[in-house]
Design a protein around this ligand. Structure first.
Ligand SMILES: C[S@@+](CC[C@H](N)C(=O)[O-])C[C@H]1O[C@@H](n2cnc3c(N)ncnc32)[C@H](O)[C@@H]1O
Length: 470
């Protein structure tokens, strides 16, 4: 029998140790390595994403019941305390003694086991949990936590910041968010929208797939998915299907493996159509991996354009190759390169492009429900680094465009510096570009992710793609 807590702890440890490790990808890999069944995979996902979503809150609670300073607790013991506390307070149906025992068993360091055991037993003993309808109110917000609008937890001592004197600190504690980012959102959006954004970041996001029109209609896809016992229905976009099973189960279906669809959120589905890509055009995706938007561009042209998919990460680019092969697309070729250096790209295809997409690396602040590990990087220093990289990629893109060609810039961020401000700075540096349209989506609106796209055009009129010498 596998100890799933052990697997969860290893994933959490790795996610925290190395920047750029995606929890969802690790869960996927662990599912294969340990041959997990559907139930085990769901539980592992719940444990890993649950801890990452609520990490700061879990730290505040566990720290309050440790007899040593939180900073002095070792990294593996910290992960175990987060994992144990999450199960004790957030999950129903796991008996506390079993959850504590299994979590302690999963701790690798024998010397840390008694400590983890003692803290978790204290949390279980002293934290009162009641169904929300039995909460008679009156408890200090520093000693109370509401969980999923279903349950309230009461602590015998003050665990969270004081909302009277430090609203941002209290919101950051109970919604598990970085201080600076919470204060920024409060200043920009006000309390109501900030709370809605923070709540959204803790929810399990809906799952959508995009139909591959080269392999059938949306109705046919829905029919096939239902034949494979996947509950689903039409999404709000014509190419979108809402799927009601976890992604790990969807990707095992024949509908998926035979290339009838691609996992993509509806906000991301809005991006590729902005370029209005056409058969015969030369198209470039400068940040292509894992290939969600590159494959969308190719599908929109009926697989009749020439599309170069660039990414600097060779391992991630391999995922683009897999995606286009699965979808049966022939018009996409891949290239590993630093897209900030347009000379490398020009060396491959000297002609300028009709359409360039820059779906830039970003803070991910619009998709934190999906990527909770990205919360740790919502700090000014990381953002400044990303903004500089985005600007470099956009400048490179501008030099690769044909006159009359279109540039689409997109992010899954909701931070102005990465979005509208970035585009305005680009326009100031490159007067030959003009802005045609832009849109920011907050993750509170509708069911989808947050994000941004802007459509720009290089002034002038070039020859139509089909007649130009290449
Ligand atoms: C937001 S992801 C792209 C997602 C992709 N467009 C999709 O829809 O599936 C950003 C990508 O940019 C790549 N990247 C970051 N810096 C880069 C650079 N200097 N040159 C090329 N690719 C880069 C990353 O490796 C990452 O795969």
């Amino acid at each position: 029998m596998k100890n799933l807590r052990h697997v969860a702890l290893e994933i959490l440890f790795e996610v925290h140790r190395r920047v750029g490790v995606f929890a969802q990808e690790r869960i996927h890999a662990a599912t294969r390595t340990h041959q997990l069944n559907k139930r085990e995979r769901r539980f592992l996902t719940e444990l890993v994403l649950g801890v990452l979503r609520h990490e700061r809150t879990l730290d505040r609670i566990a720290a309050a019941f440790c007899d040593i300073k939180w900073d002095d607790v070792g990294p593996r013991a910290k992960e175990a305390l987060r994992l144990g506390t999450y199960q004790l307070l957030w999950l129903d149906g796991v008996p506390p003694f079993a959850c504590i025992k299994e979590t302690v068993d999963a701790v690798r360091d024998a010397r840390a086991k008694p400590f983890v055991n003692a803290v978790l037993r204290t949390v279980d003993r002293v934290v009162r949990r009641v169904p929300i309808e039995q909460d008679r109110g009156g408890a200090s917000p520093r000693k109370r936590l509401e969980i999923h609008h279903r349950k309230a937890c009461f602590f015998p001592k003050e665990v969270f910041a004081d909302p009277e004197s430090d609203l941002a600190g209290w919101l950051a504690d109970v919604y598990s968010f970085p201080d600076e980012a919470t204060a920024r959102w409060l200043a920009r959006h006000g309390r109501e929208t900030t709370v809605a954004l923070l709540e959204k970041s803790l929810e399990t996001p809906p799952l959508f797939v995009r139909v591959n029109p080269l392999k059938g209609t949306r109705e046919e896809l829905i029919e096939q998915l239902r034949t494979e016992q996947v509950a689903c229905g039409e999404g709000s976009r014509p190419e979108s299907v809402r799927v009601l099973v976890p992604a790990g189960e969807l990707v095992a279906t024949r509908a998926f493996t035979s290339g009838r669809c691609t996992v993509q959120d509806e906000t991301a589905m809005k991006v590729a159509p902005q370029l209005a890509p056409k058969a015969g055009q030369l198209l470039l995706d400068l940040c292509a991996a894992p290939g969600g938007k590159a494959s969308h561009l190719a599908e929109l042209t009926g697989d009749q354009a020439t599309l170069l998919a660039v990414d600097r990460d060779e391992a991630r680019l391999e995922r683009v190759r897999e995606t286009v092969a699965r979808l049966g697309l022939k018009s996409v070729s891949c290239m590993t390169a630093d897209a900030g250096d347009p000379a490398t790209i020009r060396a491959v295809t000297p002609a300028p492009y009709d359409g360039v997409l820059v779906d830039a690396p970003c803070s991910n602040s619009g998709v934190l429900a999906r990527r909770p590990e990205a919360k740790a990087r919502l700090v000014a220093a990381d953002r400044a680094e990303l903004v500089a990289l985005q600007a470099k990629l956009l400048d490179a893109a501008a030099t690769l465009l044909f006159p009359g060609g279109r540039l689409c810039y997109s992010t899954c961020s909701i931070e102005p510096e990465e979005n509208g401000d970035q585009v305005r700075a680009l326009l100031a540096r490159n007067p030959e570009l003009e802005l045609l349209a832009e849109e920011e989506t907050l993750p509170v609106q509708g069911g989808g992710d947050g994000g941004y796209w802007a459509l720009l055009r290089k002034k002038g009129q070039g020859l139509p793609a089909m007649t130009r010498a290449r």
